[in-house]
Every structure is written in structure tokens, then in C-alpha cells.
Design a protein. Structure first.
Length: 274
């Protein structure tokens, strides 16, 4: 079987939707890359599962997706997931009703005819209706090196991976872009960022870090910020551009870059210099 491009550039400029639940910084970086003269894509839709007002917040940050959409004159859609769960009368942890939510999302965004979806801080797990409607056309950035394995499984998946990697003694951190599949953080790997060295404060041992919650939180936050700047904000817009150029193809779980199989994805700076 011939590998199929995630996007065929013969169609013209790729239409991108960014899905966000929080501050939207990753979405902003993708939007800005799409405005550059050599870009082969344009963000044409922003979707949020959190209403952009003073009563709905994502963590400690107010959702700013609507503000960003207005700033760049981009179409905006929203279905608040908390309103949805209140309507259903079940806790958000109940994933049995999530397909109904995703079905509503698919119906809402269908008229926008997007070619690629980018989860940019989107905190809702995606289920069958949306995964099938946009199969192999949904990507995400993850704050860990997804090539690191623990037995047969990827080691750093889930939410607290920066802390887990630091406490496991990893010497460096990487961010990874990947295709979104049903199993969270287990889709095909596309691009890995340059390494971000793990640096503990002078005189601080791992034992101290394990025992001091406040210190550990500070160290983790500092590394997350550095990884976002040198990882997410670099490789996510780059990945979208490479897809728009038709350089990534997929075939039965295998990734191809420029026609050659890339089982570990494209690794910066080794495999790509720009």
C-alpha cells in the first residue's frame, strides 16, 4: 500500500482548526506561522470546549480562545463541556456520554471544511465520532519524548510527564508532536524537539526535590516553561507547515517523511535544520 499524505498540497492552502481549552498560546503560535509569506496553511477556525467569559476558567487561566479569534479575525465556535455534563447530570469523568459531545462538535464544525485539526491545549479526550470524522488529520503536541519506552509501553504519557521525567532522572526533556488516536498519547510520532537539559538548583539533590513539594513544583514549572518555548512553540507550527507541504505520510501505523520511513519521527536538530 502506498503511504497516504496527511494532506495533499495539490489541494492548495491547508485549512487548519485549532482546538483549545485555556490560554491558547500554542494556537497563537500556529496562527502566526500561518501568516508568514512561505506558509502553506491558514488557521480558519478556533474551537473551544470552555466558554470565554469570567465565570469559566481552565485551571488558573481564563480561556482566551475567543479573544484570539477576534484578534486575528478567525471563525470561532464553542460548546462548553461543563454545560454539557450539567445537562447530562453526570460527572465529567464519565466518558460514556463523551461521544455525544464529540458528535455535536463534528456537526458544528463541519461547515468550516477544515483539513487538519490541532489540539492546542485542548483538555477533552477525543472519542470515536471526531476521531473517525477526521481520521489521521488530528495532531497534538505532548511535553515529553514519546520514543522513550518502559517495556512495551510509552513511558511518559498523561498529564504530569515533565515532573515524572525529572524525578526519574532524565537528563533532558523533549516535546513531541503526534497524530491523535483513541489511546491517549499513543498516536504516530511526527516531530521531536531539540533537547532541553534538566537543571536542578545548585546544591539540590533528588531526595530534597522529592521531599519538598514547593521546591519540586517550582523546578517543574520552570522546566515546563522552557520546554514550551524551545519545544512546543517551535515544533508545533513547524509540524503543521510540513504537513501542509505534503511531507508527512501515513500507512498502517507507519510514518513517512519525504517518502522515507521515519519510525521515530523527525528529530530536531538532527533531521531538520530549519
Amino acid at each position: 500500500m502506498t503511504p497516504k499524505p496527511i494532506f495533499n498540497p495539490e489541494k492548495g492552502a491547508m485549512k487548519v482548526a485549532c482546538f483549545a481549552s485555556g490560554s491558547g498560546t500554542n494556537a497563537r503560535k500556529i496562527i502566526e506561522r500561518g501568516l508568514e509569506p512561505d506558509s502553506r496553511f491558514k488557521v480558519t477556525l478556533l474551537f473551544s470546549d470552555v466558554r470565554d467569559d469570567r465565570t469559566h476558567r481552565s485551571g488558573d487561566k481564563m480561556c482566551r480562545t475567543k479573544d484570539i479569534a477576534e484578534e486575528y479575525d478567525i471563525a470561532y465556535e464553542c460548546i462548553d463541556i461543563r454545560d454539557f455534563y450539567r445537562e447530562k447530570g453526570v460527572p465529567r469523568s464519565d466518558l460514556s456520554v463523551r461521544p455525544e459531545f464529540d458528535k455535536r462538535v463534528v456537526e458544528l464544525i463541519a461547515p468550516h471544511k477544515v483539513d487538519l485539526m490541532c489540539n492546542a491545549g485542548y483538555m477533552s479526550i477525543m472519542t470515536t465520532p471526531i476521531l473517525e470524522a477526521y481520521s489521521s488529520r488530528i495532531i497534538n503536541v505532548h511535553p515529553a519524548d514519546l520514543t522513550i519506552m518502559e517495556g512495551p509501553e510509552r513511558k511518559y504519557v498523561g498529564i504530569h510527564v515533565v515532573e515524572e521525567a525529572i524525578m526519574a532522572g532524565e537528563k533532558e526533556l523533549r516535546a513531541t508532536t503526534h497524530v491523535v488516536r483513541e489511546k491517549v498519547d499513543h498516536g504516530e510520532i511526527l516531530v521531536l524537539s531539540e533537547p532541553v537539559p534538566v537543571k536542578l538548583p545548585a546544591g539540590v539533590a533528588f531526595k530534597t526535590l522529592a521531599e519538598d513539594n514547593a521546591l519540586r513544583a517550582r523546578v517543574v514549572n520552570e522546566h515546563q516553561d522552557r520546554l514550551k518555548m524551545r519545544g512546543d512553540w517551535v515544533i508545533y507550527p513547524l509540524t503543521v507547515q510540513l504537513i501542509a507541504e505534503g511531507r508527512f505520510s501515513l500507512d498502517n501505523g507507519n510514518v513517512y517523511f519525504n517518502g522515507k520511513q521515519a519510525p521515530q519521527g523527525v528529530r530536531l536538530p538532527r533531521d531538520l535544520s530549519h
